[in-house]
Design a protein around this ligand. Structure first.
Ligand SMILES: Cc1cc2nc3c(=O)[nH]c(=O)nc-3n(C[C@H](O)[C@H](O)[C@H](O)COP(=O)(O)OP(=O)(O)OC[C@H]3O[C@@H](n4cnc5c(N)ncnc54)[C@H](O)[C@@H]3O)c2cc1C
Ligand code: SF4
Length: 440
């Protein structure tokens, strides 16, 4: 049985001790043209930061990480390293790959625990940029622009900054404090942060275009998608459920027989929290098969060890409730047909196969909606995501975007949002210089 309650949701990978980090760093072969650095979406010079750990130059190591990725502390905790840097480590085929994520966290913890400010900021350029959204994409873009001497204001609709790093990623991987420490680091570069301000509700794009020389949108995605099933009002929203586990001392209200709908990483996080909140029975249900699951393999292995049960090829059709009390989930059995637009085999309900799964709580984790705001702002979209060109500029000149809100292809991740923010900052910097040259 896993640990339960708040203790059960404490960061589960412990930091390396100085001795462990030193030994691990000395295992690195310091490859030339290292495959791990290519596999990292932000292209951190991994051999260089690890070598600096091996020579006990931890401040230099942190500086090397910040050179490529201002959100190195979050990425060290949340990156699916098995699929990225560590998956590419040449030692992985015969031995254990180097623990790159944990070494990165070691250097970042060194910098954060001592309040070291190792990122340098250029002289002021007099140019002003608005960043909307303070998730990884927005913070990365804001920090990279501040580094180049631009004056940056971040507008965030929520009370706390950090986006899904603060509100959405399970504390087991990233506690709120780690995310907020990173927000403070970005502020220390001179970035202004205004929370409780929502673009599209009071603040308009025209206001921003009038007051700033360029705009970056790191808006993320919206609320959990509606399943359009009977009794959906009784279903608990998975994102809200995770948020409560991060931000309330008692954690979310949890049943004893919980069904989680979905089989992606968010669904796995909800099932983990339910187990650690003490639910004796947690079942994940998914309308396709194990082969089509979108969760990372290591997450799937983890959740099976947590004692969570699975029902594949099962599609929910309605919630059974007695007043406000949920007693079950009506579902049908499913067969898989030809591949659909997602490239995965399309589920088809088996006629007359309806049955009821007993449950006293149903949580949905079936992906986030593409916000209607994108089109309301007058932006061109692609499959509901904001459309951008190779420079991450939207259909409105001077307005750039990145992160989950543009991720029409490939799975979204924190490190990809950080890289978008970095690339957009480079593009905005060039755009501002071009504008300056044209004016004179
Ligand atoms: C439950 C969950 C778990 C995840 N776990 C992982 C993981 O372990 N590893 C990983 O790599 N990735 C993970 N991801 C994905 C990762 O969190 C995202 O890819 C990443 O946060 C995207 O960053 P972003 O800045 O684009 O968007 P977000 O983090 O969503 O930030 C967008 C910000 O914009 C703000 N905003 C939105 N609209 C407005 C507006 N109109 N005005 C002002 N502000 C606005 C929002 O409040 C938010 O703060 C997870 C996602 C979820 C949902
Ligand atoms: S940012 Fe992520 S992918 Fe890149 S080196 Fe760090 S842990 Fe690996």
């Amino acid at each position: 049985m896993p640990k339960t309650g708040n203790e059960g949701l404490a960061e589960h990978i412990p930091p390396l001790t100085a001795h462990e980090a030193f030994v691990e760093a000395n295992r690195c072969l310091f490859c030339y043209d290292a495959p791990c650095a290519h596999a990292c979406p932000t292209h951190i010079d991994i051999p260089k930061f690890i070598r600096k750990i091996s020579t006990e130059n931890l401040t230099g190591s942190a500086r090397t990480i910040f050179d490529s990725n201002l959100l190195g502390a979050t990425c060290a905790r949340v990156c699916p390293v098995q699929e990225l840097c560590e998956g590419a480590c040449v030692l992985g085929s015969d031995h254990k790959p180097i623990m790159i994520g944990r070494l990165q966290r070691f250097s970042m913890d060194h910098a954060y625990s001592r309040g070291l400010r190792v990122v340098e900021v250029a002289a002021p350029t007099g140019r002003r940029v608005a960043v909307v959204g303070s998730g990884p994409a927005g913070l990365s873009c804001a920090g990279e622009l501040a580094r180049r001497g631009h004056s940056v204001t971040v507008f965030e609709k929520r009370e706390l900054a950090g986006g899904l790093s603060t509100y959405g990623i399970i504390s087991l991987r990233e506690p709120v404090e780690a995310s907020l420490a990173e927000v403070e680091m970005i502020r220390s570069l001179g970035v202004q942060l205004e929370t409780g301000i929502e673009l599209g509700a009071g603040l308009t794009l025209e206001d921003l275009n009038g007051r700033f020389d360029a705009v970056f949108l790191g808006l993320g995605l919206g609320a959990t998608t509606s399943m359009e099933i009977a009794g959906e009002e009784h279903v608990v929203d998975g994102l809200g459920y995770i948020e409560q586990s991060k931000l309330t001392p008692e954690g979310p209200k949890t049943g004893r027989n919980v069904v989680v709908i979905g089989a992606g990483n968010t669904a796995i996080d909800c099932a983990t929290i339910a187990r650690r909140q003490g639910a004796p029975q947690v079942t994940m249900i998914y309308r396709r098969s194990e082969a089509e699951m979108t969760a990372y393999l290591h997450e799937y292995d983890f959740i099976k060890k947590e004692g969570v049960a699975f029902r594949f090829l099962t599609q929910p059709v309605g919630v059974v409730a007695d007043g406000d009390l949920v007693t079950g989930l009506r579902a049908v059995r499913v067969e898989l047909g030809e591949p659909d637009a997602s490239g995965r085999r399309a589920p088809r309900a088996v006629p007359n196969s309806e049955f009821v799964i007993a449950a006293d709580q149903v949580i949905k984790a079936v992906g986030q909606q593409k916000p209607a705001l994108f089109t309301k702002l007058g932006l061109a979209t692609e499959r509901g995501y904001i459309k951008v060109n190779e420079e991450l500029e939207t259909s409105i000149p001077g307005v750039f975007a990145g992160g989950d809100c543009v991720r029409a292809k490939n799975a979204a991740s924190t490190v990809m949002a950080v890289q978008d923010g970095k690339l957009a900052a480079e593009a905005i910097h060039k755009y501002l210089r071009r504008a300056e040259a044209n004016h004179g």
